[in-house]
Design a protein around this ligand. Structure first.
Ligand code: AMP
Length: 398
C-alpha cells in the first residue's frame, strides 16, 4: 500500500477523481462527463487520449474505468492509503468529516430527502469505491458540515417551528469545504491563527455562496435549505420573493416548472439570455451587449448587499476574501462589487486587483481601505484529501 489519497467527487452526470501523495501534493486528476446519457466520455487531465466508456456509462462503470486508467498509466501503482468522498448534504447529523461504515452510509441515505439530486449519486460513488477498495479507509466530507456552527438566529427561517422540528426545514449552507479552506488560508496569509481570524468568504463559481466566519467558525451563510438561495449564480436565481410561486400559478406556470427555471434557466443565463459563463458575459458586455452588462450588474450588486448583511454577524473583520472561478479570475466583478461598499470603507487598488497573482500574495485592497481584501484560490479536493488522511491515520494506529 502506498501513502496516496484518492479524492472522489461523484455528481449526477460527472465524476472527478484526484490523487494526492502523502504530502498532499496533487499527482493526477481525471474526469468523466455526460454519464447516464448518450455521449459519456472520460479522460485523465493533461492526457490527450480519452478513456473508452460505453456511450451511456453509469457512475459505477466510469469510476472503475478511471481507476483502471490511473493504474494502467502507472499514476496509481497500488491501492491508496485513504479515500475521501465529497458528500453534499450531511443534514444535522454530521458536524464534521467521518470515516464511512454501514451506519454512516445509512445516515447519508437518511439525508437524501434534503438533497435528492446529490446525496444518492454521492452514495453510488461511495458504494462503487467500497467495492473496488474494500480494505481502504474511506471518509465522507460534507459540504454542509462547516456550517453546523451557525447560531439558531441565523439558521432558522421565520416559519412555523414545527416545519423545522418535523421536517428539518432550516438553513444548512453549502460550499463548506471551500469556506473552511478560506478561513485557514486567510489566517495563514494574515499571519494569524484560524481561531482568531474573522473573514467574509465569497465563493463565486458556477454556484455562488458567501459566509461570515467569526473566529474561524461559520456564523452566517447565504445558501439555505437547498443550494438555490442567496447570490445570483450561473443558472440559479438565488433569492426571489416566495410569492412568485403563487403569482406564476395564476399565469398557468406550475410549481415544478418554476422550480426548474429557478435552478436551470435563471441567474446569469436568465438575465443575459446568452450564457451562464461570467467570462463570456464580460466579453459580450465589452462588445456592447446590454443584457450581459445587466447580468453582471445584478450579480455584483446582490453580492455587495450580502457582504453588508454578513457584517451583522461579526465583531471585527480581518478580510473580505474572493474565491471560485469568478472570484479568483474576474477583476471586473471584484471591482464592481467593492465599488458598492465605499460607505463601509472597502477600497481596491486597481493595480493589485488586476495583477495580484504576479505582484502580491493575494492582497488587493488600496492603502486607504478600512479592511484587507484577498483573492485566494480555493482547493476543495485538498481539504477532502487532508480530512481523509487525518481520519485514516486515526483509524490505523500502525
Ligand atoms: P467554477 O465553478 O469555480 O469553475 O467557476 C466557473 C465560473 O468562473 C464561470 O462563470 C467562468 O466564466 C468563471 N471564470 C473563469 N475564469 C474567468 C475569467 N478570467 N474572467 C471571468 N470569469 C471567469
Amino acid at each position: 500500500m502506498e501513502d496516496t489519497v484518492l479524492v472522489v467527487n461523484c455528481g449526477s452526470s460527472s465524476i472527478k477523481l484526484a490523487l494526492f501523495d502523502g504530502k498532499h501534493r496533487k499527482l493526477a486528476s481525471a474526469l468523466a462527463e455526460r454519464l447516464n446519457q448518450n455521449g459519456a466520455f472520460a479522460r485523465i487531465d493533461g492526457d490527450q487520449q480519452t478513456i473508452p466508456l460505453k456511450p451511456d456509462a453509469s457512475q459505477d462503470e466510469a469510476l472503475e474505468a478511471l481507476v483502471t486508467a490511473f493504474r494502467d498509466r502507472k499514476v496509481m501503482a497500488s491501492v491508496p492509503a485513504a479515500i475521501g468522498h465529497r458528500v453534499v448534504h450531511g443534514g444535522e447529523t454530521f458536524r464534521e468529516a467521518v470515516l464511512i461504515d454501514e451506519g454512516v452510509v445509512s445516515a447519508i441515505e437518511d439525508c437524501a430527502g434534503l438533497a435528492p439530486l446529490h446525496n444518492p449519486v454521492n452514495l453510488s460513488g461511495i458504494r462503487a469505491t467500497l467495492t473496488l477498495f474494500p480494505d481502504v479507509p474511506q471518509a465522507a466530507v460534507f459540504d454542509t458540515a462547516f456550517h453546523q456552527t451557525l447560531p439558531k438566529r441565523a439558521f432558522l427561517y421565520a416559519l412555523p417551528e414545527s416545519w423545522y422540528r418535523n421536517w428539518g426545514v432550516r438553513r444548512y449552507g453549502f460550499h463548506g469545504t471551500s469556506h473552511a479552506f478560506m478561513a485557514l488560508e486567510a489566517a495563514r496569509l494574515l499571519g494569524k491563527t484560524q481561531a482568531t481570524t474573522s473573514v467574509i468568504s465569497a465563493h463565486l463559481g458556477n454556484g455562488c455562496s458567501i459566509t461570515a466566519i467569526r473566529d474561524g467558525i461559520s456564523v452566517d451563510t447565504s445558501m439555505g435549505l437547498t443550494p438555490l438561495e442567496g447570490l445570483v449564480m450561473g443558472t440559479r436565481s438565488g433569492d426571489v420573493d416566495p410569492g412568485l410561486f403563487d403569482f406564476l400559478r395564476g399565469k398557468g406556470v406550475g410549481a415544478e416548472e418554476v422550480h426548474r427555471v429557478l435552478n436551470q434557466e435563471s441567474g446569469l443565463l436568465g438575465l443575459s439570455g446568452q450564457s451562464n459563463d461570467m467570462r463570456s458575459l464580460c466579453e459580450l458586455a465589452d462588445h456592447g451587449h446590454e443584457p450581459s452588462q445587466t447580468a453582471i450588474d445584478v450579480f455584483c450588486f446582490r453580492l455587495a448587499r450580502y457582504i453588508g448583511a454578513m457584517m451583522a454577524s461579526l465583531r471585527h473583520l480581518d478580510a473580505l476574501v474572493f474565491t471560485g472561478g469568478i472570484g479568483e479570475n474576474s477583476a471586473r466583478v471584484r471591482q464592481e462589487t467593492v465599488s458598492h461598499l465605499r460607505l463601509m470603507g472597502f477600497k481596491l487598488s486597481e493595480e493589485l486587483n488586476k495583477h495580484h497573482g504576479e505582484i502580491s500574495d493575494g492582497r488587493i485592497e488600496s492603502a486607504d481601505s478600512r479592511f484587507p481584501v484577498l483573492v485566494i484560490p480555493t482547493n476543495e479536493e485538498l481539504v477532502i484529501a487532508r480530512e481523509a488522511s487525518r481520519l485514516a491515520g486515526a483509524a490505523d494506529p500502525s
